[in-house]
Ligand binder design. Structure first.
Ligand SMILES: C[S@@+](CC[C@H](N)C(=O)[O-])C[C@H]1O[C@@H](n2cnc3c(N)ncnc32)[C@H](O)[C@@H]1O
Length: 212
């Protein structure tokens, strides 16, 4: 997994789908007032960069050395003391976690105030199959109900949830994971109406959860 992500690192650093999006503004807005933040699964570091621009002292982490995070670690096993950061974030990565509940528990543990999450939503079995064909490292997208359960079980209170659609340039989406030929054709068929006019539109969730 780690090697795959290191190989893909440059594509994720330069990806328009990752370096842009209103969710970045939303997450930065939700982090206002924090002095410190941990960005988990930072990938190309787009959220970490935006949080730094907002004046927050940020540590980034990711298991893939090629992503050049400040700390190399998995979300399921964060090497930080309890309450180390005011805010802990993870954007568009949790569907790759082997154990998302453990990861949320870890994020809640190292957060003093809030955990901020953006990820794809569960869109049905066909989309899950398409996602796995496109990227074998895909584990699972989760529903809003599942997300609420994960954060609640981690001892957090859901303060705000936003649901939104994310249109993504379709060919670069396939290319980032080297998906082509028969697999790309099958994935396209499984995505159905979600692929239109050169875009694939995915459902996403943004969630702000707090201690107390
Ligand atoms: C789509 S990229 C992240 C995008 C990035 N957060 C952004 O906003 O542009 C997914 C990242 O998840 C990381 N990842 C995969 N499995 C992980 C795990 N178990 N714990 C933490 N990070 C993981 C990969 O190394 C990769 O950098």
């Amino acid at each position: 997994m780690t090697d795959v992500w290191s190989e893909r690192a440059e594509m994720y650093r330069t990806s328009d789908a990752h370096r842009e999006g209103p969710d970045l503004d939303l997450l930065v807005g939700w982090a206002v007032g924090a002095r410190t933040a941990l960005d988990v699964a930072t990938g190309g570091g787009h959220l970490a960069g935006r949080l730094r621009e907002a004046g927050i002292e940020v540590v980034s982490c990711d298991p893939a050395p090629g992503m050049h995070p400040d700390v190399i670690c998995r979300a399921e096993d964060l090497p930080f003391a309890d309450g180390s950061f005011d805010v802990v974030s993870t954007r568009v990565a949790a569907h790759h976690y082997d154990d998302v509940e453990q990861a949320v528990a870890e994020m809640a543990r190292v957060a003093a105030d809030a955990v901020l999450i953006v990820d794809n939503l569960f869109m049905g079995d066909d989309v899950e199959e398409a996602e796995k064909l496109r990227d074998p490292s895909h584990v699972r997208n989760h529903s809003e109900a599942e997300w609420r359960e994960f954060v609640t079980r981690a001892g957090l209170r859901v303060e705000e949830v936003r649901l939104f659609e994310k249109p993504i340039a379709f060919q670069p989406w396939l290319d980032r994971c080297g998906c082509d030929g028969d697999e790309a054709e099958r994935a396209t068929a499984l995505l159905g109406d979600r692929v239109n006019g050169g875009l694939v539109t995915l459902d996403r969730i943004a969630l702000r959860a707090v201690h107390g």
